[in-house]
Ligand binder design. Structure first.
Ligand SMILES: C[S@@+](CC[C@H](N)C(=O)[O-])C[C@H]1O[C@@H](n2cnc3c(N)ncnc32)[C@H](O)[C@@H]1O
Length: 227
């Protein structure tokens, strides 16, 4: 742990944050599997992303457990559809460095933030982010897909949305959900699906729910494709 709180200007020097753990200390704690307070990790997010962290980004504990389950099931390549500011991918890669994570995100500004986060935590060789729409993602090429309610924001009132960088609507949500449902039917037997707060659609009956636990604000569910 760091010795007390201190000012730690970010790389751009645009703002100042207060943290009590350095990146190196956070890295080591997550690598060891120690509990980490979300506020400590979120201190390394940009202010706009930090302000909505509790609602928009996976809690550290969820990402660490999800990563452990994925490693235990033998996953090597994982896609996070709707990667946001990169918190899930970065924490998961720190916790389980044997896997590679690709984050798909439609907001260009968040893709840049996510890349910066991965660089800051020195996981750039395990974690990649691309600007893309969930509908264009070839999810069947991955061993595992992580979905933390990526499309729910389409139904939020304007004031609760992250920003207005992308167009959101209920029609769009239906198209995105349908694309994921179709992608799931194309995944190979043995492929994995992890959901947290669901994804607004139905998991095909070719998947079996094999692990489930209530953690933080909802159920984390691991599904294995059987056929
Ligand atoms: C609830 S956040 C989850 C972020 C990240 N997976 C995590 O757990 O920390 C959902 C993210 O999905 C993104 N998103 C929503 N619809 C998308 C789409 N159709 N294509 C790509 N990204 C999308 C949003 O911009 C948002 O950053």
């Amino acid at each position: 742990m760091g010795n007390g709180r201190r000012n730690d200007p970010d790389r751009s020097g645009e703002y100042v944050r207060l943290v009590s753990m350095t990146r190196a200390e956070l890295r080591e704690a997550i690598e060891r599997g120690d509990p980490v307070n979300d506020e400590e990790f979120d201190a390394y997010l940009a202010p706009a992303a930090r302000a909505v962290a509790a609602r928009f980004w996976s809690p550290v504990r969820v990402a660490m457990l999800a990563a452990r389950w994925l490693r235990e099931e033998g996953a090597q390549n994982v896609v996070d559809v709707g990667a946001g500011t990169g918190k899930f991918c970065v924490v998961a890669a720190l916790a389980e460095p044997s896997m590679k994570f690709l984050g798909i995100e439609h907001r260009a500004s968040l893709v840049q933030r996510a890349r910066d986060l991965a660089t800051g935590f020195a996981v750039g060789r395990h974690v990649f982010f691309i600007e893309a729409d969930a509908r264009t993602t070839l999810i069947h090429e991955f061993d595992a897909i992580y979905l933390f309610n990526p499309f729910g924001e389409n139904m939020y009132p304007l004031c609760d949305r992250f920003d207005d960088e992308v167009e959101l609507s209920v029609d769009r949500m239906h198209l995105d959900v349908a694309a994921i449902e179709l992608g799931l039917t194309r995944m190979r037997p043995g492929a994995l699906l992890l959901t947290y707060h669901g994804f607004g659609g139905s998991v095909p009956d070719t998947f079996e729910l094999t692990r489930e636990t209530h953690i933080e604000t909802d159920s984390l569910q691991l599904w294995v494709k059987r056929r």
